[in-house]
Design a protein around this ligand. Structure first.
Ligand code: PLP
Length: 415
């Protein structure tokens, strides 16, 4: 995995150069588009700092990246400059992070992980309907009990069947026997097509589903399936902290990935990334999008070009080497928490390649959990787990204070 690091001035020139290739609402005769630059009463564009602020300048210019720009010659060409930046971003994610062959994928910057996950379900549902004449009640989505709620949300929207697989209470592993039994029973009950969601890190635990066990079984039984990877949480950390895993496009069982810029990457909200192998996105072409040159294949329609530019800027300022170091630093800080919890004999779950520590709720008072804003697995009276997510803002001093208060609580319980 390698992408080059750029200096801030290289990034600035690239972004301004790309903006100059976009159609300019201020200087050109644009009569037909229902879009324009941001309101100048509040976002005045003669602010002197803007010449050094490529992201803010892109926000103000307000390019719309509607549609998808990774294939075909037909695109909305009003914003072709910043679309090129989005293409470079998708290329870094697909080819460098997820090891795809050159030009073997499509992708776009979606509103978030929810949209990217639903886009995948939508594509595979239509694929089974179009290619196999499948009825909706013959298509099921299979996912673990620790899966993010965007998957059940998508199942509801798309009117699909669902198969939820249990996980082990302490290891959070998907229970493969339960998986096998539920697939066999679904087959008996008339499900012929499967959309498999694999978590490349769950939201609550940072657990990563054992994709090999799942695909070995599916392939052995010649099951007709498409597999999507939800890397909304783990996508910008796991490939950097564990480079020996099977979650990449070299694994022919995988068709698509969701990865969120607005989590680990510290990009603004609205920066989910969807990646999919070539020749699949066509199943969600909205032909009725007559006025959009190149048609629309996304769920959201209009979307901000500034979001794509911003994710690209973050990846480029670090380069692959810098980003790997940054992610490993988060792991080190997470490991320190685990060492302290071991000393205190407090049970927790932690995947060593991720920055989440999920503590058994019995070992921590509501008061302490609330004081440090730990997130429970459920907001009822008695949660089972509380999680700590070691993000950039989580400073060692705060971790130390929390652990020392936790220790005091334990001593109080023991005495
Ligand atoms: C694993 C996973 N998938 C999907 C999502 C949904 O992402 P978003 O909130 O960006 O729609 C999340 C958000 O936490 C997540 O952790």
């Amino acid at each position: 995995m390698f992408w080059e690091k750029y200096s801030y001035s290289q990034i600035r020139s690239k972004v301004f150069e790309s903006l100059s290739k976009n159609t300019n609402y201020k200087t050109e005769n644009i009569l037909g588009i229902p879009g324009t630059f941001l309101d100048t009463d509040i976002f005045y564009d003669d602010a002197p700092f803007l010449k050094d602020a490529p992201f803010l300048s892109t926000l103000i210019a307000n390019p719309n990246h509607i549609g998808i720009h990774t294939f075909g010659d037909e695109h909305e060409d009003f914003f072709k400059g910043t679309q090129e930046i989005e293409k470079d971003l998708i290329k870094i994610c697909a080819e460098e992070i997820f090891r795809a062959e050159h030009n073997s994928y499509d992708g776009y910057v979606a509103s978030g992980g929810t949209e990217a996950n639903i886009e995948a379900l939508w594509i595979y549902r239509n694929y089974f309907v179009k290619e196999y004449d499948a009825k909706l009640n013959e298509i099921a989505v299979v996912y673990s009990a620790d899966t993010h709620y965007s998957i059940p949300k998508g199942i509801d929207l798309l009117n699909l069947k669902s198969v939820e697989v249990n996980v082990h209470e302490t290891t959070r592993e998907l229970l493969i026997k339960d998986f096998e039994q539920k697939i066999e029973s679904a087959l008996k009950n008339g499900i012929n097509y499967f959309i498999i969601n694999m978590n490349m890190s769950t939201t609550m635990f940072g657990s990563v589903d054992d994709i090999e066990k799942v695909t070995n079984f599916l392939n052995l039984l010649h099951i007709n399936y498409k597999l999507h990877v939800d890397g909304a949480y783990g996508g910008f950390i796991y490939p950097f902290t564990n480079n020996q895993n099977s979650y990449n496009f070299k694994n022919t069982n995988i068709s698509s990935f969701s990865i969120d810029g607005h989590k680990m990457l510290q990009a603004p909200y609205g920066t989910g990334i969807f990646l999919i192998r070539k020749n699949l996105i066509k199943y969600v072409c909205t032909n009725e999008a007559g006025y959009v040159k190149g048609k629309d294949f996304t769920l959201c329609g209009s979307r901000s070009g500034a979001n794509a530019v911003c994710v690209w800027m973050i990846l480029r300022i670090h380069g692959s080497v810098g980003w790997t170091v940054k992610m490993k630093q988060l792991l080190d800080r997470t490991t320190l928490i685990c060492e302290k919890l071991n000393d205190l004999n407090i049970p927790y779950f932690r995947n060593p390649d991720l920055n989440i520590v999920t503590i058994k709720a019995d070992y921590i008072s509501h008061k302490l959990a609330n004081k440090y804003h730990l997130v429970p697995d459920s907001h009822n009276e008695n949660p089972n787990w509380y999680k700590i997510v070691v993000m950039q803002h989580v400073k060692q001093g705060v971790i130390d204070s929390f652990l020392s208060e936790l220790k005091n609580e334990q001593q109080w319980v023991i005495n």
